[in-house]
Design a protein around this ligand. Sequence first.
Ligand code: PHE
Length: 463
Amino acid sequence: MSNRGGFSNRLGFVAAAAGSAIGLGSIWKFPFEVGSNGGAAFVLVYILCCFIFCFPIMLAEVAIGRKTHKNAVGAFGVLGFKQWSIIGKLGLVSGVLILSFYNVVSGWAFGFFVEIIKGNFGIGKEFGAFISNVPLMLSYSGFFMVMTAFIVAKGISGGIEKATKIMIPALFVILIGLMMYAFTLDHAFTGLKFYLIPDFSKITFKVIYSALGQAFFSLSLGMGALITYGSYFSRDNNIVSSSVIIIGATIAIAFIAGLMMFPFVAYISQGTMQGVGSGAGLIFTVLPGVFESFGTTLGIVIGGAFFLLLSFAALTSTVSLLEVPVAYLVDEYKWNRQKTVWGVALFIFLIGIPSMLSSGASPFFTEFITYLGASKATDFLTFVQHVANDTFLPLGGFMISIFTAYYWKKENLDAELTAGNEGYATSWVRPLVHIAVSFVCPIILGIIFVLTVLDRFFGVALI
Ligand code: PHE
């Protein structure tokens, strides 16, 4: 273990795992998914998914990682179930796909930081042209991948822990400040109603699987990122309370991001909420106009700080995504860590190029695929998200729950969760976790998986 490095203490692990979780998922994706999926109903389903499915799976992932001190693939072999390392391999594929588009969107965020500090508040209106400027996007996302690789190359506890301990509190502060400002604007109440008062007739099956995918994605679950991070965690720390903090912080950031965004959308649309369902451009088109309303100097300071923090938040997530394949190759094949980091980073950067071209630059990738039964084409970047976030991650979670309950066995999970948390054996959480991993997750996630594939990709709606 010592030669693999480890987190310095519990706060180090919590900070790094929360840094992995908190990122574009909570601040960029969550608001636009809420906007595209009917508002408050989506919020409710998302939060339920986090607690019912994601919490037990997070416990299982971290426990497997800490027990074995291995990467996401090797961990299953150490436990004596080599054939189950398929979970880790699926996770590697998911992670590579996620990082490929995530790095592109991180480039957008960093590019917006640069534009805002130049005082270019009109960038929101030029979002479409900006992200289809290929040479510019190649440089921004290339730069982002270099930063990611640089941090991962330095080793797990050096960079990540420190960056996150500053970044998360700063993010909370700026989001809360912007939220309070949003509340004072005209039509704020209209925005809040959209966000907070659920219209249950809007809960379609698409809302359910989008919210489930968002829950897994935002908590970095279902692909072994937390097996990998758990492997650097020491045995005298409490996995259960750490997981509660990670989930709580992630939901809190996402929730506050929504409290800020929807009043802004209502204000800018003069109460009509027009454009709320516009998708991936939501924060990028709305926020620069808001920052402009602060006046040039203050707008540059606050807007610049916002996009810089968003870029940092994205960076602590890209780092965890890159760490998964790197830990695998270094552990299992004894590859040189430095070379592996740079090689894998380059490979994933190249795989991300189609996502970069899918916002207009290339007609082929912009109208990449038309699902059976769909009327409109889906672009490549969105397609990758549908496959990786909404399909593979819950599938990974489903398999982890089956593996934990019926192969590794609940007693072993209990033993690992009790280490560092003596009270666990007798706490009320334990029976609930047992029910979740043995029945609720396998059955419900299994059913949702099959229905999602049929509904989204084949246009067969069974419910
Ligand atoms: N949770 C990260 C976010 O919301 C994305 C991520 C997914 C990171 C899976 C690691 C693994 O931004």
